[in-house]
Design a protein around this ligand. Structure first.
Ligand SMILES: [Zn+2]
Length: 85
């Protein structure tokens, strides 16, 4: 894969938001912690599969990928330009 897709970044964000909400909910009702775990695993899975540098597979956090949507962005690991579509 040559690109990182915007929809994957957005999906990652949604997972993080849902994770935080259900984690907080878990303090009130433990059952929410199960959902919280599911969202966290979903995010990790998405991150490993889709949110890595297409050239070297290096990890980039969501903040930097958000920034990369509107700016020219080079991978910290291999220095290659990361294209976001
Ligand atoms: Zn790279």
């Amino acid at each position: 894969m040559k690109y990182i897709f915007k929809k994957d970044i957005n999906l990652g964000l949604i997972f993080i938001v849902l994770f935080v909400i259900t984690l907080v909910g878990g303090f009130i009702k433990w059952i929410w912690l199960i959902f919280s775990g599911i969202f966290l695993i979903s995010y990790i899975f998405l991150d490993k599969k889709r949110l890595r540098c297409p050239s070297c597979g290096g990890y980039e956090n969501l903040d930097r990928l958000m920034y990369a949507q509107n700016h020219i962005f080079h991978c910290r690991h291999c220095g290659k330009k990361i294209e976001i579509r």
